[in-house]
Design a protein around this ligand. Structure first.
Ligand code: ATP
Ligand code: MG
Length: 320
């Protein structure tokens, strides 16, 4: 059986290098081989914030980021949660398949609650991993290119699929996560590089913005640059960023800098990142907002056609 690829992002801000090395690079590679759906998870924006914010703007920017890294809408169905009611309706039977204890144990949800600025934790925060099960299963996705933080959610999806099949008959495949070259890229503060944590090198920033951000990154005063993740995590992180962009090993990059200290390290990282992002940033400018609207309209329609079929199958299996 041929794999169906499903993956996506929340429209909470511009995509960053963590997305690229965690998931986007795999998507671009897989789009030539498998049918692929890429979800703009707009409903999930409100899991950890009170309002969707500049949602239309963020969706447009996200789509431009996709086009910039080389996702091809002729091959990939790019769509939005909010445009596919049938997908969302799967949440109902799926929620009945998991216990509250299972929802509360999810380590990624715990981490996101710790980093959320909301005063109260919403019910959606605990249930969105089941929503993600609907995202993956609506198209019978079997391969999910994601970063490490998403592994518990793919596990949740497998649980939902397994239990549904046990109760109602074989409907869903059990999907596999596919991690990228760097499944957990750290941001300039040492934590997970995230759109919402102000620690990200975004794909769309200018060269000067990128340089300024890297200049502010924390390092240490040892002039000899070495790659030591345990004792020098900040330096190791910068070396990792450069290494990924250069397609070399971080040890190799450290050796090149030698006794150059933090200044030489930052100079090299800035150059490596900016050079790597140059063609991506250029391609981003080749598309108009009109292109974006058309791509979304087409993608929403295709996704909806798929979701209608799955929901019918689910209802029939359940005897509704
Ligand atoms: P937010 O802070 O709003 O949650 P985010 O940066 O975590 O944003 P998401 O839209 O939640 O981005 O994640 C989209 C995809 O990118 C997921 O597959 C996730 O695993 C992957 N991803 C996000 N951040 C990283 C990272 N630092 N390293 C590797 N993969 C990442
Ligand atoms: Mg996230």
């Amino acid at each position: 059986m041929k794999d169906v690829v499903l993956t996506g992002d929340r429209p909470t801000g511009p995509l960053h290098l963590g997305h690229y090395f965690g998931s986007l690079a795999n998507r671009v590679r897989l789009q030539d081989v498998h049918p692929m759906y890429v979800l703009i998870a707009d409903y999930q924006v409100i899991t950890d914030r009170d309002l969707p914010g500049r949602i239309q703007r963020n969706i447009t920017e996200l789509l431009l980021d996709y086009l910039a890294v080389g996702l091809d809408p002729a091959k990939v169905t790019i769509f939005r949660h909010s445009a596919v009611p049938e997908l969302n309706q799967l949440l109902l039977p799926f929620l009945s398949l998991v216990s509250v204890a299972e929802l509360q144990r999810n380590p990624t949800v715990k981490d996101e609650i710790a980093h959320s600025s909301q005063r109260a934790v919403s019910g959606l925060m605990f249930t969105y991993p089941v929503h993600q099960a609907a995202d993956i299963l609506f198209c019978k996705g079997t391969l999910v290119p994601v970063g490490k933080d998403q592994l518990p959610h793919v596990e949740m999806t497998r649980l939902v699929a397994r239990r549904f099949n046990e109760r109602y008959g074989e409907v869903f495949p059990l999907p596999e996560a596919m991690m990228g070259e760097h499944p957990l890229l750290r941001g300039l503060d040492g934590g997970k590089m995230s759109k919402s944590r102000g620690n990200a090198i975004t794909l769309s920033a200018t060269e000067d913005e990128t340089a300024a951000l890297i200049r502010k990154a924390r390092t240490d005063s040892d002039r000899l640059i070495t790659f030591d993740e345990t004792h020098r995590p900040e330096v190791a992180n910068l070396l990792t960023l450069a290494a990924l962009c250069l397609g070399r090993s971080p040890q190799d990059v450290a050796e090149e800098i030698g006794y150059g200290g933090a200044a030489a390290l930052k100079r090299l990282v800035t150059e490596a990142v900016n050079e790597f992002l140059c063609p991506i940033r250029k391609r981003r400018k080749e598309h108009s907002e009109q292109d974006v609207r058309q791509i979304l309209a087409d993608g929403d329609e295709r996704a909806r056609e798929r979701a209608v079929v799955t929901l019918d199958e689910v209802r029939a299996a359940m005897g509704f």
